[in-house]
Design a protein around this ligand. Structure first.
Ligand code: ACO
Length: 436
């Protein structure tokens, strides 16, 4: 292992993660039905700071993200600063990298610490699939602009007369790739076909994910990193993720019909992540600042890498592209890792990536490397289950993966973890973390 490439400030300080917290993750239109992502972001950041009794004046920067943005609050980061009692002078900006958004927020704070601009930062993400910016059709939107300009009744009536009933229907945001129009689920179907991932293997992975996540909850392993949320005045209370199925039988998975390719498909509601509401945040500092303030360090960001591929075919291969770069930057190989946390967008997508980790041909043709990244040891892989069970509030998932991995490394007595995710737009993210 080489220490040479570990992320550090010019003074030799490592990038410390002091704490991480998330809300429980709730399926669409359940516990957080009427709670905007912004409120979820506020309650999780506030609770994280309260639990640490953290002096908000110490915070230099907050970077946050929300994939499905609300037009009335486009800078969620700044709203969180203003809504959680931080000094108004705390710098705040929002980032977007689809499903890897909180990875990006954490990378931004890490870079600010490395460059010496800040010592303490908060990073994270929040998304709601229940409070959405429901829009209007392009034709109606254009007509409304024209109406504003119209001067006479005749002009107004002319504009209305061109509208049809279908133009008046509300338009919800699509979970689809902008430039191809393919939904994420259709891309997962593509990947299952390209990489020969069977329905049985997808169901088995989803079943494993739910079984391990249910076990993690029943053993109390997540209690320190998931807050109970009682959001006034919303009257709902939730203290656990509500998508996880305890004691589910594999046979019940096999009964479901495919959703995205009804005739020939294999991706179902059970082997896809559900639409989910939730938020997650981490508190980051330079190592010496954490020590000066007297805070225990959970772990360090040793390296990170982002990758990008084309969007027309199998675009959710981000982990297989970003991981080798992050491993090189950390000066390690796959075999040096103690844990591998991969975002399970769909079982077909995670299994395709895992297969390609072990493929020399993929390494040579797609990565320009002579040898495969390495075979994944299932005893290290998503050991507490993954997004198929927990759910996936898009912008919150990266911070969940990082916090969960660091806690699990501690329980195992230390070591190194990879956390990695695919994202829309053919993007990928990989972080190598080191236990403190
Ligand atoms: C980079 C990225 O991360 S890309 C990923 C981005 N995310 C997405 O694209 C979201 C993908 N997911 C979805 O769009 C939706 O969850 C869908 C379309 C797959 C399913 O939506 P819904 O049909 O509303 O799901 P719902 O929860 O109602 O489940 C449908 C049925 O499957 C059943 N089911 C769901 N999960 C399971 C399971 N694990 N085991 C057994 N049955 C299950 C439900 O009980 C339900 O049965 P019922 O109809 O008898 O009540």
């Amino acid at each position: 292992m080489s220490e040479q490439n570990i992320l550090k400030t010019s003074k030799g300080d490592r990038i410390a993660i002091v704490s991480g917290l998330r809300t429980p993750f709730a399926k669409q239109a359940t516990a957080f039905h009427h709670v905007p992502a912004l409120d979820l972001g506020k309650i999780v950041v506030n609770e994280m700071l309260e639990r640490l009794n953290f002096d908000r004046k110490e915070i230099d920067q907050l970077v946050f993200g929300q994939v499905v943005q609300m037009p009335e609050a486009p800078n969620i980061a700044r709203e969180i600063v203003l809504g959680t009692g931080m000094p108004v002078s705390v710098d705040a900006y929002s980032v977007s990298r689809a499903c890897a958004t909180s990875f990006q927020a954490i990378a931004n704070v890490a870079e600010s610490i490395i460059s010496g601009q800040v010592s303490v930062g908060v990073a994270g993400g929040a998304d709601s699939s229940s409070v959405l910016p429901i829009g209007v059709s392009k034709k109606l939107a254009g007509s409304l602009v024209d109406l504003n300009k119209a001067r006479t009744l005749k002009q107004r009536l002319q504009i209305f007369s061109k509208l049809r009933l279908k133009d008046l229907l509300p338009v919800p945001p699509a979970v689809a790739e902008y430039s191809t129009g393919l939904s994420m689920g259709q891309t997962a179907e593509q990947m299952a076909k390209t990489h020969g991932i069977s329905r049985a293997d997808q169901d088995a992975m989803a079943h494993r994910s739910h079984t391990l996540a249910a076990k993690a909850w029943s053993e109390g392993l997540l209690n320190n990193e998931v807050m109970a949320a009682h959001v006034e005045p919303y009257k709902s209370f939730i203290d656990k993720d509500n998508n996880i199925r305890e004691n589910s039988s594999l046979e019940s998975y096999a009964k479901l019909k495919p959703v995205f390719d009804r005739q020939h498909g294999s991706v179902t509601a059970a082997n896809a992540t559900p639409l989910t509401d939730g938020a997650a945040a981490v508190l980051m500092m330079s190592e010496s600042k954490a020590k000066a303030l007297g805070y225990d360090i959970l772990g360090y960001v040793r390296s990170f890498a982002f990758s990008a591929i084309g969007v027309h075919e199998d675009m959710l291969m981000g982990p297989a592209h970003s991981t080798p770069v992050a491993l090189d930057r950390a000066g390690i190989t796959l075999a040096d890792l103690d844990l591998i946390e991969m975002h399970e967008a769909f079982a077909a997508q995670a299994l395709s990536n895992m297969k390609m980790f072990g493929s020399d041909k993929f390494a040579q043709e797609k990565l320009g490397r002579s040898k495969a990244i390495g075979e994944i040891d299932m005893d290290k892989f998503n050991v507490l289950g993954g997004s198929l069970a927990y759910g996936h509030p898009f912008a919150a998932t990266g911070a969940r993966l990082i916090t969960q991995s660091l806690h699990e490394l501690k329980r195992r007595g230390g070591g190194l973890a990879l956390t990695t995710a695919c994202a829309a737009g053919g993007l990928g993210a990989a972080f190598v973390l080191e236990s403190a």
